[in-house]
Design a protein around this ligand. Structure first.
Ligand SMILES: [Zn+2]
Length: 171
């Protein structure tokens, strides 16, 4: 594939820009929907990566490990970007399962290193990913104006600061 190619390397059906690649691509949307279903979240995706990022960071939910949820946005977008580069520069083909598995592994790796007391074996984590975000079975989702805890965000941004800077710069 030529690096001058303007179409999305994942679907080849639209011009590639940040909003399409990370949010609206037909190959990517199902992954976001799947992860939103873990928390019983519903609704249309915001139009821009910045809006999507801020909405994701601002979700406050009873019974949900919000720090892990915030890190998930970074883990998934980082995996999308790496997957896209592997297609463009290494002629790999799109593989949604691999992208998804990579994101889950990224998140597990970050939590293992930065979350105190996180000792779950990867196999257990990956096979119970939904439960990994929840502290209880009953969930009530709402948007809150409570300031978000930025500490884990900074940790994760140091892991993939490039992608975050790109996303915030293109808006
Ligand atoms: Zn696409």
């Amino acid at each position: 594939m030529s690096i001058l190619e303007m179409s999305c390397p994942l679907c080849r059906n639209a011009d590639e820009d940040a909003a399409h690649l990370f949010l609206h691509c037909s190959r990517i949307q199902p992954i976001w929907w799947e992860s939103m279903s873990w928390l019983n979240l519903k609704g249309a995706a915001p139009l821009t990566p910045k809006q999507h990022f801020l909405q994701h960071m601002d979700v406050q939910a009873h019974g949900v490990r919000i720090n892990r949820w915030q890190c998930w946005w970074l883990a998934l977008t980082w995996s999308i970007w790496r997957h896209r580069n592997n297609i463009v520069f290494s002629n790999e083909t799109f593989n949604a399962n691999k992208l998804f598995d990579d994101a889950i592994f990224n998140l597990w790796t970050w939590l293992r290193n930065f979350e105190k007391g996180f000792t779950i074996h990867f196999n257990q984590w990956s096979s119970n990913i939904r439960q990994g975000f929840c502290t209880s079975s009953g969930q009530h989702m709402y948007i809150s104006s409570i300031p978000i805890p930025w500490f884990p965000l900074r940790i994760c941004m140091s892991e993939c600061g490039t992608i975050v800077m790109v996303l915030l710069a293109v808006i």
